[in-house]
Write a protein that binds this ligand. Structure first.
Ligand SMILES: NC(=O)c1ccc[n+]([C@@H]2O[C@H](COP(=O)([O-])OP(=O)(O)OC[C@H]3O[C@@H](n4cnc5c(N)ncnc54)[C@H](OP(=O)(O)O)[C@@H]3O)[C@@H](O)[C@H]2O)c1
Length: 334
């Protein structure tokens, strides 16, 4: 175990696409557990689109991030030192560790605990924040019913790939929209999506007209922008439009166009609703149990792209916006 704590600090508020120079590399001494404290060594750090907004303090549901702070990031790791009665050396935990090797806690910050045989991919994916987002976004806001036609943007990413599988488990017809033929093939051959559309090479409007002539019952949106407009034009009566994210806008500069077709919500008596997964935190353990059941039954799979090496972290965040990942993106740091 090293005595050094490698870190990436927020160096600048990004302008447009996030850049490596928006981060500073630093080395601090490894923290020591004080009275009632424990130290976690991260093994994998999660890359999440929301980190871009947090770099600019655009997200009011988390504490502000100042220049020079350790960049906020989710992670998974093991307790390596403990003076806390509820956390023992060797426990596997997940939480907001930051872009660093070690983080110190006193039990007041919410952490997730995992059985020791949980993979990092599952801990940060289906049983972590993005899995919970898929679960509550689809089930609580989307309210799927058997036979519903569910369309998911960002479908081959961490959240989309789980949301689509849950929709399939609930008896829906699932159409994924993703950015490469390989991703589309993965969705249909491995994850059981009924259809997939490559938004970079296909005309999405034409494809949706063919695949769902009676309209879309649930649009689970991770992307926003033009795709959202295309979907809004095709919603069925009483459709639910779940606004999970809007990644197409996160690095955009200047004025953002709103959805032109929002008025179809009126004609179709439909609902468009956003949510923040953190509001469901008290229900995470119960949801993880259900998801674990689906995993055990072979109904739910976790895809992941794991990059190697602590110093890959800034590049990995940029790569997330370029679509490098299939499933959950993370960096193995230790
Ligand atoms: N509401 C909540 O509480 C909550 C919680 C977590 C996440 N989210 C949101 O959920 C969404 C997915 O997050 P995630 O962590 O699962 O990330 P992810 O989907 O694993 O990764 C992002 C993916 O977005 C796609 N993408 C990037 N830029 C795009 C663009 N301009 N247009 C269309 N697709 C683009 C890329 O795939 P392609 O190759 O397909 O382009 C990329 O792989 C994000 O919008 C995030 O903010 C919301």
């Amino acid at each position: 175990m090293s005595n050094m704590n490698r870190q990436f600090l927020l160096a600048a508020r990004p302008q447009g696409m996030v850049k490596e120079s928006d981060f500073d590399y630093a080395e601090a001494p490894k923290p020591v557990a004080g009275d009632g404290e424990f130290v976690v060594q991260t093994s994998h750090i999660s890359l999440d689109p929301s980190m871009r907004g947090q770099m600019e303090n655009r997200a009011d549901y988390v504490a502000p991030l100042e220049i020079g702070d350790v960049m906020r990031a989710g992670g998974v790791g093991k307790v390596v030192e403990s003076n806390h009665p509820d956390f023992a050396v060797g426990d596997m935990v997940g939480g907001t560790f930051g872009m660093q090797d070690y983080a110190v806690f006193n039990g007041s910050t919410p952490l997730r605990r995992y059985p020791p045989n949980t993979s990092a991919e599952q801990a940060l994916g289906v049983l972590g924040g993005t899995g919970m987002t898929a679960y509550f976004g689809l089930l609580d806001i989307g309210e799927p019913k058997p036979g519903d036609v569910v369309v998911i943007s960002g479908a081959a990413g961490a959240t989309g790939s789980i949301a689509g599988q849950i929709a399939r488990i609930k008896g829906c017809t699932v159409i994924g929209i993703a950015g490469s033929d390989a991703k589309c093939e993965w969705l249909t051959t491995e994850l059981g999506f009924n259809f997939a559309i490559n938004y970079k090479t296909q005309n999405v409007a034409d494809a949706l007209d063919k695949l769902c002539p009676d309209g879309i019952n649930i649009y689970f949106d991770n992307v926003g922008g033009e795709l959202l407009d295309t979907a809004l034009e095709r919603i069925a009566t009483n459709a639910r439009v779940v606004i999970c994210g809007g990644i197409s806008r996160y690095n955009a500069t200047g004025d953002l166009a709103g959805p032109k077709n929002y008025f179809n919500l009126v004609f179709r008596r439909a609902r468009m609703e956003g949510f923040i997964v953190l509001d469901y935190a008290d229900q995470f353990p119960a949801a993880a149990e259900v998801m674990q059941g689906w995993i055990n039954a072979g109904e739910l799979q976790q895809g992941a792209t794991v990059l190697n090496g602590f110093n890959q972290l800034p590049k990995a965040l940029i790569a997330l916006f370029e679509g490098v990942n299939t499933g959950k993106l993370m960096v193995k740091t230790n």
